[in-house]
Design a protein around this ligand. Structure first.
Ligand code: NI
Length: 174
Protein backbone atom coordinates (compact mmCIF):
# COMPACT_ATOMS: atom_id res chain seq x y z
CA UNK A 1 0.00 0.00 0.00
CA UNK A 2 1.46 3.31 -1.07
CA UNK A 3 1.94 5.88 1.62
CA UNK A 4 1.73 9.64 1.63
CA UNK A 5 5.15 11.05 2.53
CA UNK A 6 5.97 14.30 4.30
CA UNK A 7 6.86 17.12 1.94
CA UNK A 8 9.85 19.26 2.92
CA UNK A 9 8.97 22.92 3.27
CA UNK A 10 11.17 25.93 2.48
CA UNK A 11 13.62 26.91 4.01
CA UNK A 12 14.53 23.27 4.69
CA UNK A 13 18.18 22.96 3.64
CA UNK A 14 17.70 19.55 2.03
CA UNK A 15 15.72 21.29 -0.74
CA UNK A 16 19.01 22.93 -1.76
CA UNK A 17 20.88 19.68 -2.37
CA UNK A 18 21.64 18.51 -5.90
CA UNK A 19 20.02 15.13 -6.58
CA UNK A 20 22.04 12.32 -8.10
CA UNK A 21 21.21 10.18 -11.14
CA UNK A 22 19.51 6.83 -10.62
CA UNK A 23 21.08 3.64 -12.02
CA UNK A 24 19.20 1.01 -14.03
CA UNK A 25 19.88 -1.49 -11.30
CA UNK A 26 18.27 0.79 -8.76
CA UNK A 27 15.22 1.33 -10.99
CA UNK A 28 14.60 -2.43 -11.00
CA UNK A 29 14.70 -2.60 -7.20
CA UNK A 30 11.18 -3.26 -5.82
CA UNK A 31 11.91 -0.76 -3.03
CA UNK A 32 12.48 1.96 -5.61
CA UNK A 33 9.27 0.99 -7.42
CA UNK A 34 7.38 1.22 -4.13
CA UNK A 35 8.93 4.64 -3.57
CA UNK A 36 7.55 5.80 -6.94
CA UNK A 37 4.07 4.70 -5.81
CA UNK A 38 4.58 6.67 -2.60
CA UNK A 39 5.56 9.73 -4.65
CA UNK A 40 2.34 9.47 -6.66
CA UNK A 41 0.27 9.02 -3.50
CA UNK A 42 1.96 12.10 -2.04
CA UNK A 43 1.54 14.18 -5.20
CA UNK A 44 -2.15 13.34 -5.59
CA UNK A 45 -2.89 13.79 -1.88
CA UNK A 46 -1.50 17.32 -2.07
CA UNK A 47 -3.11 18.10 -5.44
CA UNK A 48 0.25 18.78 -7.05
CA UNK A 49 0.92 18.63 -10.77
CA UNK A 50 4.45 17.38 -10.17
CA UNK A 51 6.73 16.21 -7.41
CA UNK A 52 10.49 15.78 -7.31
CA UNK A 53 12.01 13.13 -5.01
CA UNK A 54 14.10 15.74 -3.19
CA UNK A 55 10.84 17.24 -1.92
CA UNK A 56 10.33 14.12 0.18
CA UNK A 57 13.98 14.10 1.20
CA UNK A 58 15.28 11.57 -1.34
CA UNK A 59 18.17 12.96 -3.37
CA UNK A 60 17.52 11.11 -6.61
CA UNK A 61 16.77 12.59 -10.01
CA UNK A 62 13.18 11.40 -10.17
CA UNK A 63 9.91 13.20 -10.73
CA UNK A 64 6.28 12.24 -10.92
CA UNK A 65 4.06 14.33 -13.10
CA UNK A 66 0.39 14.55 -14.03
CA UNK A 67 -0.63 17.67 -15.90
CA UNK A 68 -4.15 16.55 -16.79
CA UNK A 69 -7.23 18.43 -15.66
CA UNK A 70 -8.79 17.41 -12.36
CA UNK A 71 -11.28 14.89 -13.79
CA UNK A 72 -8.59 13.16 -15.86
CA UNK A 73 -6.01 12.92 -13.11
CA UNK A 74 -4.52 9.49 -12.60
CA UNK A 75 -5.11 8.48 -16.23
CA UNK A 76 -1.64 9.40 -17.52
CA UNK A 77 0.69 9.47 -14.53
CA UNK A 78 4.27 9.94 -15.62
CA UNK A 79 7.59 9.07 -14.05
CA UNK A 80 10.73 10.72 -15.37
CA UNK A 81 14.09 9.51 -14.15
CA UNK A 82 17.35 11.35 -14.93
CA UNK A 83 15.53 13.88 -17.16
CA UNK A 84 17.57 16.04 -19.51
CA UNK A 85 16.33 18.91 -21.63
CA UNK A 86 17.39 18.24 -25.22
CA UNK A 87 15.45 20.98 -27.00
CA UNK A 88 14.07 24.32 -25.84
CA UNK A 89 12.21 27.06 -27.62
CA UNK A 90 10.55 30.37 -26.98
CA UNK A 91 9.73 32.07 -23.73
CA UNK A 92 6.71 32.13 -21.48
CA UNK A 93 5.86 33.74 -18.16
CA UNK A 94 4.03 31.34 -15.87
CA UNK A 95 2.69 31.96 -12.38
CA UNK A 96 4.08 29.01 -10.47
CA UNK A 97 3.37 27.54 -7.09
CA UNK A 98 5.29 24.78 -5.35
CA UNK A 99 4.31 22.15 -2.78
CA UNK A 100 7.47 23.04 -0.85
CA UNK A 101 6.64 26.77 -0.81
CA UNK A 102 3.08 27.00 0.51
CA UNK A 103 0.96 30.06 -0.22
CA UNK A 104 3.40 31.48 -2.73
CA UNK A 105 2.96 32.23 -6.41
CA UNK A 106 5.90 33.55 -8.42
CA UNK A 107 5.81 34.62 -12.07
CA UNK A 108 8.59 32.62 -13.68
CA UNK A 109 10.23 33.06 -17.06
CA UNK A 110 10.43 29.65 -18.74
CA UNK A 111 11.03 28.09 -22.13
CA UNK A 112 7.66 27.91 -23.88
CA UNK A 113 8.25 24.46 -25.29
CA UNK A 114 10.81 21.86 -24.45
CA UNK A 115 11.77 18.31 -25.26
CA UNK A 116 13.10 16.10 -22.51
CA UNK A 117 14.71 12.70 -22.58
CA UNK A 118 14.52 10.50 -19.54
CA UNK A 119 14.00 6.95 -18.33
CA UNK A 120 10.52 5.74 -17.44
CA UNK A 121 9.77 3.60 -14.39
CA UNK A 122 10.84 0.47 -16.24
CA UNK A 123 14.18 2.01 -17.15
CA UNK A 124 13.22 2.48 -20.78
CA UNK A 125 14.47 5.58 -22.57
CA UNK A 126 11.63 7.95 -23.44
CA UNK A 127 11.32 11.44 -24.79
CA UNK A 128 8.59 13.89 -23.99
CA UNK A 129 7.69 17.12 -25.71
CA UNK A 130 5.61 19.70 -23.95
CA UNK A 131 4.25 23.20 -24.06
CA UNK A 132 2.65 25.47 -21.48
CA UNK A 133 1.86 23.62 -18.23
CA UNK A 134 3.74 20.47 -19.23
CA UNK A 135 6.82 22.45 -20.30
CA UNK A 136 6.69 24.54 -17.14
CA UNK A 137 6.14 21.49 -14.90
CA UNK A 138 9.13 19.71 -16.37
CA UNK A 139 11.38 22.74 -15.93
CA UNK A 140 10.11 23.30 -12.37
CA UNK A 141 10.83 19.71 -11.29
CA UNK A 142 14.25 19.65 -12.98
CA UNK A 143 15.04 22.83 -11.05
CA UNK A 144 14.21 20.95 -7.83
CA UNK A 145 16.76 18.29 -8.78
CA UNK A 146 19.39 21.03 -8.94
CA UNK A 147 18.37 22.57 -5.63
CA UNK A 148 16.55 25.52 -7.17
CA UNK A 149 13.26 26.92 -5.90
CA UNK A 150 10.77 29.54 -7.06
CA UNK A 151 11.66 31.66 -4.02
CA UNK A 152 15.04 32.28 -5.69
CA UNK A 153 13.22 34.62 -8.04
CA UNK A 154 11.88 36.88 -5.30
CA UNK A 155 13.66 40.05 -4.24
CA UNK A 156 15.46 39.82 -0.88
CA UNK A 157 12.72 41.86 0.74
CA UNK A 158 9.92 39.67 -0.59
CA UNK A 159 11.87 36.58 0.40
CA UNK A 160 12.18 37.86 3.95
CA UNK A 161 8.47 38.71 4.06
CA UNK A 162 7.67 35.23 2.85
CA UNK A 163 9.88 33.60 5.50
CA UNK A 164 8.29 35.73 8.20
CA UNK A 165 4.84 34.72 6.99
CA UNK A 166 5.78 31.04 7.10
CA UNK A 167 7.14 31.41 10.63
CA UNK A 168 4.01 33.20 11.73
CA UNK A 169 1.87 30.42 10.33
CA UNK A 170 4.17 27.90 12.05
CA UNK A 171 4.68 26.10 8.80
CA UNK A 172 8.40 25.92 9.23
CA UNK A 173 9.51 22.41 10.14
CA UNK A 174 10.89 22.46 13.67
NI1 NI B 1 7.92 22.61 -6.60
Amino acid sequence: MAQVLDILIYPDKRLREVSRPVSLEEIKDPKFQAFLDDMFATMYASHGVGLAAVQVGVLKRVMTLDCEEEEKRGVHPQVLINPEIIKKEGEIIWKEGCLSCPELVVPMKRFASIKVKALDRKGKEISLEGEELLAVGLQHEIDHMDGKLIVDHLSNLKKKMYRDKLKKNQRVVL
